[in-house]
Design a protein around this ligand. Structure first.
Ligand SMILES: [Zn+2]
Length: 506
């Protein structure tokens, strides 16, 4: 019998799924059959494996070779199966002992010269292998740090097929990769750099404390981008579970920085308005890659010059942001990625983007209104905080020169406010004010009627929708949490109302 089995891992969205690789050699005319829903890249794998074997001093068996990938129903994508295929072929030909590879997990793409190349998605793959009870995984050297993040499984790093074969044949030993102590992530940009802009600073603090989406309007140079970039620094660091999720997404997207394997800080993604739907949401040919929206999972998605984004693109964001996940469909399967991101939109007051007061702007009032209305109502309706930033005048700039509060100081208030909210929401399955449905908010945590007077008037006048009313109350709770109040009062409701209606008033 010339049958050998070993393991590799496929990816379904951000989850790894074990794939058993079987190779059977039978007498007859030399052919190769690949079965089990492989994509075009996996099909080419046979040619790469053949060349890599020959260039590593081995023969590709001149027999009837059947390669099976199971479970058959799961689509297999990418080049990560190469190493497992090559090793299974060698095991079926008894070049390496079949028993040595039976429970082994192998990941990596082969160069034609037999070198082992890095692949994407190693972290989720190794997590899946460890969960399935495998004790040992072989990965390309460049992926070793990433693979080493997973506990409970030995990681062997190899640079070539030759090294892997020598190890399995007992002629040389691949020593297990030793996990290096993680270097602390470098600090992000600091809020102390933002001079003046009290309203903007307040807005990012409230957004961070309650997890609210934010819309910043204002002339160029008002500091919209600076403020948005400083929001991730105000969010708490990622816990272990979140860090693994975010790192797994970066690994699949191919954006994991070398030498810094674990993402421990909330990320900041700022796609340009010319970005394609695939770049923004996810897609691509072959293996489905997560887009900016998913890479911002547990972090911040910043859309600068938001009215310049095609409306269809903005509308696409709505449902995933609400659901916290996005499913991408392709002919060869679909993939679901988490995308619990906080959205920050920024817009200039007019299409010519001149600083306010600049005589060069010739936009009419109508043109300005039309520009602003390019942002879809339903998307804007989901944004709790809308703040108009004034241009930074010389006087305001000099005024603010004192000592603006640093990220550390504001982040401490955010942390305290989040702790209060999560204690109040304990048992509801929610942790942030922005997540609480309006009905639940009214039933479980009513705000005294007297405090709501101004908001109710806005509702009656029609300047506030029912949904908007709920959002004002939600923000009022965040303001109360920041102040250390047990329940929002009129001051908090009024401030929240101001942050909701500012854009309409502008
Ligand atoms: Zn203009």
């Amino acid at each position: 019998m010339a049958l050998a089995q070993t393991w590799s891992v496929g990816l379904a969205g951000v989850q790894g799924a074990m794939v058993e690789v079987e190779v059977d050699l039978a007498p007859g005319v030399p052919t190769v059959a690949l079965v089990g829903l492989p994509d075009a890249v996996v099909r080419q794998s046979v040619d790469r494996v053949r060349a890599a074997l020959l260039n590593s001093g081995h023969e590709f068996p001149l027999r009837r070779v059947t390669i099976g990938l199971s479970p058959a129903a799961m689509p297999k994508q990418g080049s990560g199966f190469d190493l497992a295929l090559a090793v299974a072929v060698l095991a079926s030909a008894r070049v390496v002992p079949a028993a040595a590879v039976r429970e082994l997990v192998l990941l990596g793409e082969l160069g034609l010269d037999g070198s082992l190349r890095a692949v994407r998605g190693v972290l989720p793959a190794v997590l899946a292998a460890a969960r399935a009870g495998h004790r040992e995984v072989v990965v390309p050297e460049e992926n070793a740090e990433e693979a080493g993040l997973v506990e409970g499984i030995a990681v062997l790093a190899a640079g070539s097929l030759r090294q892997v074969v020598a190890h399995l044949a007992g002629k040389a030993v691949l020593s297990p990769h030793v996990r290096a102590a993680a270097a602390p992530a470098p600090p992000g940009p600091d809020l102390a750099d933002v001079v003046g802009q009290a309203a903007g600073r307040r807005a990012v603090e409230v957004a961070a404390a309650g997890g609210h989406h934010l819309f910043l309007s204002g002339p160029p140079g008002a500091g919209k981008t600076m403020l948005a970039e400083r929001l991730p620094g105000l969010l708490p660091p990622l816990d272990e579970q979140a860090a693994l999720e975010v790192t797994a997404i970066a690994s699949i997207a191919g954006t994991l920085p070398p030498g810094a394997p674990l993402v421990t800080r909330p990320t900041f993604e700022a796609p340009h308005h010319s970005a394609t739907m695939a770049a923004l949401v996810g897609g691509g040919s072959g293996q489905i890659r997560p887009g900016a929206l998913c890479r911002a999972h547990r972090g911040v998605l910043f859309l600068d010059e938001a009215p310049e984004f095609p409306r269809a693109v903005l509308d696409t964001l709505r449902q995933p942001l609400e659901r916290g996940a996005v499913t991408i469909h392709r002919a060869n399967g679909s993939a679901t990625f988490p995308c619990r991101a906080q959205l920050v939109l920024a817009a200039n007051p007019c299409p010519c983007a001149s600083a306010a007061g600049d005589t060069a702007c010739t936009c009419s009032a109508l043109e300005r209104r039309r520009y602003q209305s390019r942002l879809s109502g339903p998307l804007l309706d989901r944004i709790d905080l809308r703040v108009t930033l004034p241009p930074v005048t010389r006087a305001a700039w000099l005024d603010g020169l004192g000592t603006p509060e640093s990220t550390a100081v504001v982040a401490a208030r955010v942390r305290a406010a989040r702790a209060v909210a999560s204690e109040r929401l304990a048992g509801s399955g929610l942790a942030l004010n922005s997540q609480v449905p309006g009905r639940l908010l009214r039933e479980r945590w009513p705000v005294p009627r007297a405090a709501l007077a101004l908001a109710e008037r806005a509702l009656e006048r029609g300047s506030l929708s029912v949904r908007g009313f709920d959002r004002v109350v939600r923000v009022a709770w965040t303001l109360a949490d920041l102040e250390g109040l047990a329940v929002p009062g009129a001051d908090q409701v009024d401030e929240a109302l101001g942050m909701r209606l500012q854009r309409a008033a502008a």
